[in-house]
Ligand binder design. Sequence first.
Ligand SMILES: *Cc1c(COP(=O)(O)O)cnc(C)c1O
Length: 455
Amino acid sequence: MPDHVRITLDESELPTQWYNLIPDLPVPPPPVLHPGTHEPVGPDDLAPLFPMALIGQEVTTDSYVDIPGAVLDIYRMWRSTPLHRARRLEQHLDTPARIYYKYEGVSPAGSHKPNTSVPQAYYNAQEGVKKLTTETGAGQWGSALALATALFGLECEVWQVAASFIQKPYRKTMMEVWGAKVHSSPSEVTNAGRQIRAESPDSPGSLGIAISEAVEVAAGDPDTKYSLGSVLNHVLLHQTVIGQEALAQLAKIGETPDLLVGCTGGGSNFSGLSFPFLREKLAGNMNPTIRCVEPAACPSLTRGEYRYDFGDTIGMTPLVKMHTLGHGFVPDPIHAGGLRYHGMAPLVSHLYEIGLVEAEAIHQNECFQAAVTFARTEGILPAPEPTHAIAAAIREANRCRETGEEKVVLIAVCGHGHFDLTAYETYLSGQLVDYEYPEEKVAEAMKAVPVVAGA
Ligand SMILES: *Cc1c(COP(=O)(O)O)cnc(C)c1O
């Protein structure tokens, strides 16, 4: 049995291409539609918001895309990220399972997000864009884009969801250190923000609202484009460096996973880890179960409908087919801010629909309990989002203790929780609430989801 606790790669072993899962799928995912005509969108529809290079990656049918040298140079500042064997957690759980985790918290921003913010800033800078706007839920994406825009000399303006703006003031400071301008969302500086504040002055905000604000500002200025931290195909593509590294790291010690678990907000860290393994699964080289884990208070995959819906709250984006709780749904202010999104990546939704991935939903108290166990055994204090994946892995490890199965479990630990201590404090003092699934609020929000003929 291998006894490694930390597996890294040499620089010469780092991936030099991103992997595109789409050409390998048995059924292609449905197209993105224009909200007015309900016809598939073309490059011109997306050009006001995104640079051409990223629009090309959004629809590419190539299996591999070369990573530009300038992006590789920055990746090398912290990649490869370590793959750990969670030996102390295994011993604590007294499980025969072998538990591994891929840790993305070693990036300068503290999560997997710079894997895509860096190429996004690079391609925008190449095409002469001056400023990027974006939303941030947990503050991780805003930090990652602020870092990347600083490295490529672009301006950056961020709408941070109000609930997180209040819970995590130091995330704002971090973004400002990297030169970004930060607003609490809903804000007074956009029509979308003013409209939401007029309807509900104490709105905790949501990713959908913050996206509306950032898109509005980018659409109104030819020198400004918009940057999205999850959900879109090109974002998932960039994140595949995670899984390609993990495959190589496991191969070094002769291990093959039986189960992969990752938390899903918009689906990017989960996809980044799992797509290269899914490639191997589809090729018949291994057969891992691949499981999404989502918050019980915002369970888009396990409870949402598979429908065409808007990516933002106001309804400015194209229509994407995804598992959705309704674009107007504002989730309860759980601490995993990165998982408070009404929809799921269209590609992950498609995989769930065709049965290539499964999903489960977990309440936040079980997640924080798992996180504290993880911190006391493995030392790492995870962000609230990956605590969902850790909780799911612990559930599986406990099942293995009952059955005696020696499963190999791989967890996506996609960020650290050093700015999330308010959440830990709330948990440790016994005040963390488990929000019930808000059936009525979702039913209300679903009424506004557009009806697309034949879809
Ligand atoms: C943004 C974020 C998430 C949620 O986004 P995904 O696209 O689902 O990965 C989860 N965890 C962390 C640490 C994040 O920063």
